[in-house]
Design a protein around this ligand. Structure first.
Ligand code: SF4
Length: 316
C-alpha cells in the first residue's frame, strides 16, 4: 500500500525505504494528550521524533507499511499535498503568552493557518506571524511575514531561507489585525494569479517591487482588481532562463533544471512521480540519476519515460 502524505527520508544499503510524516500542529501549541499519542506510536514503530523549524513534530524513520497505521492510530486523516503549497503558518505566542507581545499573533496566525494551510500555490509558500519586532519565528524570512508593533501590524514580503536566502521587504506598516488579514489575502491571490513556478520573492524581483506594491495596495485601498500586464510567460522563471543550457537529448547525467528548461513537457511527468521540488534550488545542481535515487525511483524507467515524452509518446 502506498504510504499516505509521507516524505521519503532515507534509503539504506539494503534498499529499504524510510518515511517521515509531519502532523499539523498550528503554532506549535500542542496538548499533552497528543504528545502522549505521538510518543506511543513512535515507540511502537521504532520511529524518531524530530521537532521541526515549522513548529511541528515529525515522526521519521517509519517503514513504508507502517505509515498509514500511524496516521490511523493518531486519528488524523492524512492530507496529501504537493510541495507547492502553503506550509504551516508559523506564529509566536504574542501577547497571549509572551510578556513582550505587542499584538495577538496567535489569533492572526490561527486565522491564516485555517485559511491557507496546504492550499496550492505556484511554489512552496511560507507565512510567519510575530507578536513583536523580536520576530522570534524568523518572520522576515517568510514569503509573507507579519510583525506586531504597538501601533499595529507591519507586513514584509518576499523573504525566504535556504540556498538563496533573502530578507523580506517592508510593504506597509500600522495596520489593524483585520486590515493585515485582508491584505494578506490580496497578496496571496495576486501571487496565485500572476506568478510562474517561482517563490513570491522571485516573482516580486521579476516584476519589480514598486509595481507589486502599487498593484496590491491599489486593490487593498480601492477594492479594485487592477491588473498589470504580465510579461510573456515562457516557462518557470527560477529554473528556466536564457542562461540555462538547451539540451538535445536527456541522459542520466542531465541536470534537472536543464531538462525542464529544454523540454517543459517533462514537468508533469516529473511531478507525477512525486518530484514536487522542481522549482527548488537543488534542481539546478542535481543530475537525473541523483534525483531518481533521492526520490527512490528506478533511474532507467524514469529516463525512458522522459524520453518517451519528448519524442511525443503518451506518458501514462
Ligand atoms: S516575537 Fe516577541 S511576542 Fe513573539 S515570542 Fe518573540 S518576544 Fe515574544
Amino acid at each position: 500500500m502506498q504510504p499516505r502524505a509521507a516524505t521519503l527520508q532515507k534509503i539504506n544499503s539494503n534498499n529499504e525505504k524510510f518515511y517521515a510524516i509531519t502532523p499539523s500542529i498550528p503554532g506549535g501549541l500542542v496538548e499533552a494528550d497528543f504528545l502522549e499519542k505521538l510518543a506511543k506510536v513512535a515507540k511502537k514503530y521504532n520511529a524518531i521524533l524530530k521537532v521541526t523549524t515549522a513548529q511541528r513534530i515529525m515522526i521519521t524513520m517509519l517503514k513504508s507499511e507502517d505509515v498509514n497505521k500511524v496516521w490511523d492510530e493518531l486519528g488524523i486523516e492524512p492530507d496529501d499535498n504537493s510541495n507547492n503549497c502553503v506550509q504551516s503558518v508559523v506564529f509566536c505566542p504574542g501577547d497571549t503568552f509572551c510578556k513582550r507581545g505587542k499584538q495577538d499573533s496567535v489569533q492572526l496566525g490561527k486565522l491564516l493557518n485555517n485559511d491557507y494551510f496546504h492550499k496550492q500555490m505556484p511554489r512552496k509558500f511560507k507565512i510567519g506571524v510575530s507578536g513583536c519586532p523580536n520576530a522570534c519565528g524568523f518572520t522576515q524570512l517568510k514569503d509573507i511575514g507579519l510583525v506586531g508593533l504597538i501601533q499595529g501590524w507591519s507586513i514584509y514580503v518576499g523573504g525566504q531561507g535556504g540556498f538563496k536566502p533573502r530578507i523580506g521587504q517592508l510593504l506597509i506598516e500600522n495596520l489593524t489585525l483585520q486590515q493585515a488579514y485582508k491584505l494578506t489575502h490580496i497578496i496571496i491571490a495576486y501571487y496565485q494569479k500572476h506568478a510562474r513556478l517561482e517563490r513570491l520573492g522571485v516573482f516580486i524581483e521579476r516584476i519589480g517591487f514598486d509595481l507589486f506594491k502599487d498593484a496590491v495596495l491599489n486593490i487593498f485601498y480601492n477594492n479594485t482588481t487592477t491588473e498589470f500586464s504580465t510579461p510573456e510567460t515562457v516557462a518557470p522563471s527560477n529554473v528556466i532562463n536564457s542562461s540555462t543550457p538547451k539540451l538535445k537529448q536527456i541522459t542520466l547525467d542531465s541536470i534537472i533544471a536543464d531538462i525542464i528548461s529544454s523540454f517543459p513537457e517533462t514537468i508533469p511527468v516529473l511531478q507525477s512521480m512525486q518530484m514536487g521540488c522542481l522549482g527548488c534550488p537543488s534542481a539546478t545542481g542535481e543530475t537525473l540519476a541523483a534525483a531518481a535515487k533521492i526520490h527512490g525511483l528506478n533511474e532507467i524507467k524514469l529516463l525512458n519515460e522522459l524520453n518517451k515524452t519528448i519524442q511525443g509518446g503518451a506518458s501514462k
